[in-house]
Design a protein around this ligand. Structure first.
Ligand SMILES: *Cc1c(COP(=O)(O)O)cnc(C)c1O
Length: 372
C-alpha cells in the first residue's frame, strides 16, 4: 500500500467547472473570482474577501495594507510555515518572535504581553495544524496596546474559537488554498477584512496599483500582480460548497486516529480543547526526539509518507540566524515541538483501511524502537 501525506478532495464538479472556464475564453478577471470571494468570506464571517494567487501573497498584502514597514515590530510565532514571518521582511518590518504554548501550539499570550514595546504595531498569530490560538487573550492584549491583529489562518479553514470562526476575529485574516489545505484552488489565497477602505486598497495592490474604474495602463500606487485566475476561482467555488462535508470527513478521520493510537505511552496525541473546533489540517503526533527520523524512515519503507513539522523553526532558518542572530535555545517550546512532531498521512477521503494500515505499522515501529 502507498499512502500519501495529503491529497486534495477533487470531484467531477471541479473538473466540470474548470472546463466551463476554459470554454468561456475568460481566464482571468471575470466574475468567478468575485463569486468565490463572496461565498468564502460569507462562510468565514467577514464582509470582504480579496482572492490572491497564494497565501503568501495574501500575507504580504495584509502587511502592506496596514503600512507596516521599517521601524515597526510585529509579534509573531517561530513555530509556523516561514511565510508568516517572511511577509514582514518583505516590507522591512521586524518580526519579534514569541514562544508558543505547548497545548495550542500557538503564541503564548503571557510572553506576547512582555514583548510589547513602543515600536510594536501588530500581532500576527498563526493557527497551526487547524488548532485555534488563544485568541481571547491575544485580542485583550491587542486592545490594551492598540495593536492590529493579522490572523494567519492558512492552516485553519473552518476552525472555531469559542464558537467564532477563525479568520473572523482579527482586523485582517489570510487563508491559503495550496493542495494540502482543507480546500484548494491549486495555488491561491484570500485576505479578509470588514473595512471597506482596506478592501479597496487590497484590490488595488493585488492588481498593479490600479483603482476600481481605472484604465489598464493607469496606476495609483505601486502594486503587484497577485491576481487569482478564473480557473482557480472556479475550483474554489466548488470547494466552498463542500466545506461542510470536508469538515465532517476530516473530523471522522481524526477521531479514528485518536482511537487507534490511544493509550500508547510513547505517542503524544494532538490536543483538543472543549471550547475550540479543530479543523484538522494535519494529524500531528509527538514522539521522542531521538526516534523521530527513524519513525519517518520506517514508515516510508512500508509506503507511508510522513513528515517532521515545522522543522527547523523559523528563527533557526539560515537567513534568520544570520540576520537576527538567533540560536538554538531561544524559543525552547517551539524547538522541542519541532523536534518531536511527525505529521501522519491525513486527507479528507482517507479510508478506514488506510488509517488502520498507518496505525498498525506505527505501533509496530514504536514497539521495535522500544526494544532496541
Ligand atoms: C500554507 C501556509 C501559508 C500560505 O502558503 P502558500 O503556499 O503561499 O499558499 C501561510 N502560512 C501558513 C502557516 C501556511 O501553512
Amino acid at each position: 500500500m502507498k499512502i500519501p501525506l495529503s491529497k486534495p478532495y477533487i470531484g467531477a464538479e471541479e473538473i466540470k467547472a474548470v472546463e466551463e472556464v476554459l470554454r468561456s475564453n475568460v481566464l482571468s478577471m471575470g466574475e468567478r473570482v468575485s463569486r468565490f470571494e463572496e461565498t468564502f468570506s460569507e462562510f468565514i464571517g467577514k464582509k470582504y474577501g480579496v482572492a490572491v494567487n497564494s497565501g503568501t501573497s495574501g500575507l504580504h498584502l495584509a502587511v502592506k495594507a496596514f503600512e507596516i514597514g521599517p521601524g515597526d515590530e510585529v509579534l509573531t510565532t517561530p513555530f509556523s510555515f516561514i511565510a508568516s514571518a517572511n511577509c514582514l521582511l518583505y516590507e522591512g518590518a521586524q518580526p519579534v518572535f514569541v514562544d508558543v504554548e505547548e497545548d495550542s501550539l500557538g503564541m503564548d499570550p503571557e510572553q506576547v504581553e512582555s514583548k510589547v514595546t513602543d515600536k510594536t504595531v501588530a500581532i500576527l498569530p498563526v493557527h497551526v495544524f487547524g488548532q485555534p490560538c488563544n485568541m481571547g487573550e491575544i485580542e485583550r492584549i491587542a486592545k490594551k496596546h492598540s495593536l492590529k491583529i493579522i490572523e494567519d489562518a492558512c492552516e485553519s479553514i473552518g476552525s472555531k474559537y469559542q464558537g467564532v470562526t477563525v479568520g473572523s476575529i482579527g482586523d485582517m485574516s489570510v487563508f491559503g488554498f495550496y493542495p494540502n489545505k482543507q480546500i484548494t484552488t491549486g495555488e491561491g489565497g484570500m485576505v479578509l477584512t470588514d473595512d471597506e477602505n482596506k478592501y479597496q486598497l487590497l484590490k488595488s495592490l493585488r492588481n498593479q496599483g490600479r483603482g476600481e474604474s481605472m484604465q489598464w495602463l493607469s496606476h495609483d500606487r505601486i502594486g503587484y500582480n497577485y491576481r487569482m485566475s478564473e480557473i482557480s476561482a472556479a475550483i474554489g467555488i466548488e470547494q466552498v460548497k463542500k466545506l461542510h462535508e470536508v469538515s465532517t470527513k476530516r473530523r471522522a478521520v481524526a477521531r479514528e486516529y485518536l482511537q487507534e493510537l490511544a493509550n500508547i505511552d510513547e505517542i503524544k496525541l494532538p490536543n483538543t480543547f472543549s471550547d475550540r473546533t479543530h479543523s484538522w489540517f494535519v494529524f500531528a503526533i509527538r514522539v521522542k526526539q531521538a526516534w523521530r527520523d527513524k519513525v519517518i524512515e520506517e514508515l516510508q519503507k512500508v509506503g507511508i509518507q510522513s513528515k517532521a513539522y515545522f522543522y527547523p523553526c523559523i528563527h533557526l532558518q539560515k537567513f534568520y540566524r544570520e540576520k537576527f542572530g538567533y540560536s538554538e535555545g531561544d524559543f525552547p517550546i517551539a524547538e522541542k515541538l519541532s523536534k518531536e512532531i511527525i505529521a501522519l498521512p491525513f486527507f479528507t477521503d482517507m479510508g478506514e483501511g488506510e488509517i488502520q494500515y498507518v496505525c498498525r505499522n506505527l505501533k509496530r515501529i514504536i514497539r521495535e524502537l522500544g526494544r532496541s
